[in-house]
Design a protein around this ligand. Structure first.
Ligand code: NAD
Length: 491
């Protein structure tokens, strides 16, 4: 095996275009560790022309890649998974530094676990073709009578631009490019500006695994110009986007001009409904994950608690007690549960979000103050007595902030839960599963978990309403990167 990849702070990072490492036309910008505010590295600033060149390189590589059999493409993904399993444990320090994740999160969810597993999963050929039952056709002006048969095939969409958010840079990219490549597409990756360096290491692994040049391209940059150029490019057939609803809407609008295929994984404001017989301890543990799991920078987090009035005070008290036990601080310490949020600007946004809640009349139960630490920290914050119309109830903070309100019965709880523009992931905590299931079925949410916060990683994932379009994961994940082609014949 060649030497370990260079992750040093003074490394010269480049863009991956058509199988070559290319110097960025726009120079570099600084990637900062949100935990220490120190420099992690200088990321390449791609120009608009380089974004277009990456799309053109992906288009050039498309014919050869889609001509391979499904098994051959999957074998490439299997080799990539092997290289990543070998290499990626060495990336933990870098990825931890650029994301600000606690060491536990970095090891198990940023670099380990789902990142490599996504490539492994999609390295198994999945057959999506199906036959349609034959039909008899009468003679018409169009043609003679007979038996018409049909096959439904899945064709790759073409060139897919994968535009991703900052919270889990590697896992988000893997969740897109593994199924896209397996389906026969080529890709241009545009990772989030805040933490793109681990994704550039993935590019090195792609080369080491021997994928053909141009099948995977990576452009990075600090502004919206390069990804916007991908959305406009006629060389790009599909945008697979994960990020905020605001940017998702822009992509939808601009993409319409070239009829882009879209997979949109957008924002969320997860409701967690507690019935009067819910297990408060379990529910509180789930809610506290908003604080203790990547500082609430999770689209699926249960940030909007809708609690039966009879349990309301008890739940608030229990949450306040848990918040007091969560260690906020140095993300590199194994004792730390709450690390920083990604940037100074984002910390300021989360603080303004909390202030807006207080201005609107919410009650601050805990948090709210800025921890006295060098990085961009926000204390675990709970806002009680919120109302459905408040900004803090309707919008995501994408930080360690929970809001809670009371309901007076299942119908009321469902009404409050559905009073949201979002519909990504919701939760029900109830004394019996039948009741939890019935409430879950009434929620306008692409995903619902019952008495648990664990998602099923092969169940379809995606949002209702402003939370997105399309579904990820499992066979749905690969279908998302295909066009449906029907072939019929008369016999
Ligand atoms: P963001 O929308 O600010 O940025 C996401 C990506 O879009 C970045 O790569 C950015 O460079 C790019 N971008 C910015 N402007 C663009 C433009 N005009 N055209 C094309 N691309 C553009 O999101 P973020 O702050 O990185 O991430 C947080 C958001 O992501 C939250 O809203 C969160 O809910 C959402 N998210 C959703 C999921 C999901 O699966 N539904 C998962 C993770 C995060």
């Amino acid at each position: 095996m060649p030497d370990a990849y260079d992750t040093s702070v003074d490394r010269e990072w480049r863009l991956l275009i058509g199988g070559e490492w290319v110097a960025p036309a726009g120079g570099t910008y600084e990637v900062i560790d949100p935990n220490t505010t120190e420099l992690v590295g200088r990321a390449p600033e791609a120009s608009v022309e380089q974004a277009r060149a990456a799309a053109a390189a992906a288009r050039d590589a498309l014919v050869g890649w889609r001509r391979l059999s499904r098994e051959q493409r999957c074998a490439h993904l299997g080799r990539l998974a092997d290289v990543l399993a070998e290499r990626s444990p060495d990336w933990v320090d870098l990825v931890q530094a650029e994301t600000g994740a606690t060491i536990n999160v970095a090891e198990t969810l940023q670099v380990g676990g789902p990142f490599v597993e996504r490539f492994r999963y999609y390295s198994r050929p999945i057959d999506l073709d199906e036959a349609v039952p034959p039909m008899t056709a009468a003679a018409t002006a169009l043609g003679p009578a007979g038996l018409v048969g049909a096959m439904v095939h899945r064709q790759p969409v073409g060139v897919v631009a994968c535009i991703t958010p900052y919270n889990f840079p590697l896992t988000n990219v893997a969740g897109k490019i593994a199924p896209a490549l397996a389906a026969g597409n080529t890709v241009v990756i545009k990772p989030a500006p805040q933490d793109p360096l681990g994704v550039l290491l993935l590019g090195e692994a792609v080369i080491e695994a021997g994928l053909p040049p141009g099948v995977v391209n990576i452009v990075t940059g600090s502004g919206p110009e390069a990804p916007a150029a991908l959305v406009e490019s006629r060389d790009v057939d599909m945008i697979s986007f994960t990020g905020s609803t605001t940017v998702g809407v822009k992509i939808y609008e601009t993409g319409a001009r070239t009829m882009k295929r879209l997979l949109m994984e957008l924002g969320g404001k997860g409701a967690l409904v507690m019935t009067e017989d819910a297990d408060v301890g379990r529910a509180v543990q789930a809610i506290a994950s908003v604080w203790g799991f990547h500082s609430g920078q999770i689209c699926t987090a249960p940030t909007r608690v809708i609690c039966h009035r009879s349990l309301y005070d008890q739940t608030i008290e229990a949450l306040s007690a848990v918040a007091g036990f969560l260690t906020v601080g140095d993300a590199r310490s194994r004792d730390t549960l709450v690390g920083p949020v990604i940037t100074e600007a984002h910390r300021d946004r989360v603080e303004a979000f909390v202030r807006s809640g207080l201005d609107d009349g919410a009650r601050l139960v805990c948090g709210g103050e800025r921890p006295d630490l060098p990085g961009y920290f926000v204390a675990p914050t709970l806002l009680a007595d919120v109302t459905p119309d408040m900004h803090v109830t309707r919008e995501e903070a994408f930080g360690p902030v929970v809001v809670i309100m009371a309901h007076d019965g299942d119908d009321h709880a469902v009404e409050l839960a559905n009073d949201s523009d979002y519909g990504l992931f919701s939760y029900v905590y109830a004394g019996d599963m039948k009741r939890a299931y019935e409430i879950g079925r009434r929620l306008e949410s692409g995903n619902v978990a019952l008495n648990s916060i664990q998602p099923h990683l092969e169940a379809p994932f995606g949002g209702f309403k402003m939370s997105g379009i399309g579904r990820d994961r499992g066979k749905w994940g690969i279908e998302a990167y295909t066009e449906i082609q029907a072939i019929s014949w008369l016999s």
